[in-house]
Design a protein around this ligand. Structure first.
Ligand code: PMP
Length: 418
């Protein structure tokens, strides 16, 4: 971004051709065709900076963290904790003590379920989610409900794939102990009005967890501006490594929470009579973490900050608009999820062709999309489809790739005689 643009607060334009060179995996051919990778919602590819950060860690300074007096351990600890600061700035959290490293979104949500919600939940209490949640924001709550007699309540969504805000306001009740809702839907692409939802929940004293797995790669996220109490995401969708994720939590809430797992590194002192837990975030990071992975997540955050999330958001919006226009023009193709406010995802079905067949035929043409229920079976049921094919975009995708996708879908139509 030029300084002038930065001063004016305008997003710079992405030099996508240049950025693509940062991602070594993209330059290959698949089945003899140039790879068109449109499965970013499932997981994004990694830039050289991320691969190199992990490699450097293992080659140059790797050792276990936090307890070592020797040089390698201290260097690893410094880098690991530096990543915490990077994530803090990335989310605009008030303190790096509010950043807990986990295995991913799934573990972050389970952590909140066990350490925050479980001890506060009584029979008849309610947990509120939306009808567009990923299974990882449904099943942990069902497990808690089974155990405690609490009830999972579901906010309905409209045909376009938007949260029904009137129903939402009515469902926020006396017994609601948590609102846990997806920021951006992986199955529909909808960007939910989470700031407003948080405002309404807080007005009734209800804490809010946001599943940000599909939001952080596509837009700047400011947890303080949103007012979120907890925010969960995975590194692997953010151009970072697998096996690492983040739980942001307001410090006072984290401080009042019991540990999620017991073990090394989460204690102040241990005796058989009484163990004193460490303060957050260490309290929630039992055992040896994914040290190199966390450091590489820090590199991913650095990379994205340099490219600029505003610029990425603006670019991907143009790409989404273009793809939506082109796909909508294909006879017999129906887009599932048509909310006005969407990010980077087009789910679709076609007359006469099962999504799995679409996925397989697109693959033959070098185009990687996902076909299935996207770990959101209730969404499929809501739209009465068994599955969808899903193209999901990242910062390195181009209009030309959308054209390849459209041509490949046209071939599917020909084959299925649609
Ligand atoms: N929530 C959403 C919206 C997702 O898209 C995903 C991943 N598909 C998850 C949660 C779970 O993420 P992970 O498997 O990395 O824990």
């Amino acid at each position: 971004m030029s300084n002038l643009k930065a001063q004016l607060g305008l997003p710079g334009r992405l030099d996508v051709a240049r950025l693509r060179e940062d991602f070594p995996i993209l330059s290959q051919t698949v089945h003899g065709r140039p790879l068109v990778y449109l499965d970013n919602g499932a997981s994004a590819q990694k830039p050289e900076a991320v691969i190199e950060a992990e490699r450097r860690c293992y080659r140059e300074y790797y050792a276990n963290i936090h307890r070592g007096v020797h040089y390698l351990s201290q260097t690893s600890t410094t880098e690991y904790e530096a990543a915490r600061g990077k994530v803090q700035r990335f989310l605009n959290a008030a303190s790096d003590k509010e950043i807990v490293f986990t295995r991913g979104t799934t573990e972050s949500i389970n952590l909140v379920a066990h350490s925050y919600v479980r001890p506060r939940l009584r029979a008849g209490d309610e947990i509120l989610v939306s009808a567009m949640e990923h299974h990882s924001n449904i099943v942990p709550w069902q497990l808690l409900c089974e155990e405690t007699g609490a009830v999972l309540k579901v906010i309905p969504i409209s045909e376009a794939g938007e949260i029904d805000l009137d129903a939402f306001a009515e469902l926020l009740g006396e017994r609601t102990r948590l609102l846990s809702v997806v920021h951006v839907s992986n199955a529909l692409g909808t960007v939910n009005p989470v700031a407003e939802m948080i405002r309404q929940a807080h007005a009734k004293g209800i804490p809010v967890l946001l599943d940000g797995a599909q939001a952080v790669p596509h837009m700047p996220v400011d947890v303080q501006a949103l007012g979120a109490d907890f925010y969960a995401f995975s590194a692997h969708k953010l151009y970072g490594p697998t096996g690492v994720g983040v739980l942001y939590g307001k410090y006072d809430l984290l401080k009042a929470m019991r540990p999620y797992q017991g073990g090394g590194d989460m204690i102040k002192t241990v005796s058989f009579e009484k163990t004193i837990y460490a303060d957050p975030p260490n309290r929630f990071e039992a055992g040896t973490p994914n040290i190199a992975g966390v450091i590489a997540l820090g590199a991913a955050v650095d990379y994205l900050s340099e490219v600029g999330l505003e610029a990425i958001a603006a670019y991907e919006q143009e790409l989404l608009d273009y793809a939506t226009e082109r796909l909508s023009a294909i006879p017999g193709l129906r887009i599932i999820g048509t909310a006005p406010n969407k990010a980077g995802v087009i789910s679709f079905v076609m007359d006469g062709a099962h999504p799995h067949d679409i996925g397989t035929l697109l693959d033959e043409q070098g185009v990687a999309v996902r076909a299935g229920h996207h770990c959101a079976e209730p969404v499929m049921r809501r739209y009465a489809v068994p599955a969808t094919a899903r193209a999901s975009f990242g910062l390195y995708n181009t209009r030309e790739e959308v054209d390849v996708l459209v041509a490949a879908i046209e071939k599917v139509r020909e084959l299925f005689g649609a």
